[in-house]
Design a protein around this ligand. Sequence first.
Ligand code: HEM
Length: 337
Amino acid sequence: MDILKRSSKVWISELEANLDEAWAKVEADVSSKGRAKFVNPLKLCMFKLLIKCFLGVDVSESPEIAESGVSIVDIWFILMLLPTISQNVFQPLEGIFIHTFAYPSFLVRRGYNKLADFIRTRGHEVVQRGVTEYGLSEEEAVHNLFFMIGFNAFEGFNLLLPDLLNQLLSDQTGLQDRLRVEARQMGGPVLTFDSVKQMPHIRSLVYETLRFNPRVPLQYARARKDFRLSSHEASFDIKKGELLCGYQVLVARDPVVFDDPESFKPDRFVGEKGTELLKYLIWSNGPETGTPTESNKQCMGKEYVVLTASVIVAYLLRRYDSMAGDGSTITALEKVK
Ligand code: HEM
């Protein structure tokens, strides 16, 4: 939280500079090949942003990390999650070979160590803050930073952003045109966290994307004390130490709370009624109206996630008069005249 707060001054300027680079590449591909994959340029954009904001370092200081940092994190992440993801392979083979063993760490050790060394040396100042102000050992600080940058932040955004852009790009109801008016008329000439707070329809699109397809659908926890858990229809007595699993998709599509929950409604969270619904939006492992603390395991980056995603949408709507594509590919772009 401390690191996030310190980075807030440079977050948006870095994000915009990286977006300029990423979308220049996308435009070049669209004009030469007629289409462009945007996922990799966007990943590099977010990787550079997170390294700069969390460590205070330009990735370009290490050509090796600039070149391979994204794939190092991706491979480490996939290997960690693979045992938990259903592959639709013939059972019991999938159960035996994919979900029984953790994959051995030597498969990713070389890349992991490279990025950890980068954090240890180039991010020395932030690592030392972990040591002096929070009582961590140097190794703990390095690996915690690795995990937060790589797993929580980088891969979190990688799950959310293609989904969000898919909703924007593939919509056939004039959503882009409606949001473009808001992006261009509200929030002043320079995008900031405050300016997207004046764009309720764009923020609502982000919230609805998080509701419709919660990117981290399952959460597990052990009860810290006896308590009563109530749903609309029933109550359950939970005993201290019992293991609980929450499935966000069920909560996010609760018909008692959300009108027509199986439909994607980009304006769902606009206005008084929409704002009221935020207390039932729990993509971050807690209500959107809640605050992350050391004890509630809510996403530390929750405000940054919604504001950053909103800035990216507003940026694109200001940059382009029209866009077409899906969650991975741009097929047409018309730049603002
Ligand atoms: C600035 C970017 C981000 C940062 C710094 C960040 C940081 C964190 C941290 C530190 C936690 C662990 C909290 C704890 O256990 O006490 C966490 C949890 C979580 N984050 Fe984020 N996060 C970011 C982006 C995202 C994104 C983009 C998503 C999803 C779209 C996401 C979804 C979650 C969820 C669901 C949890 C709870 C996980 C669980 O306990 O099962 N985060 N985040």
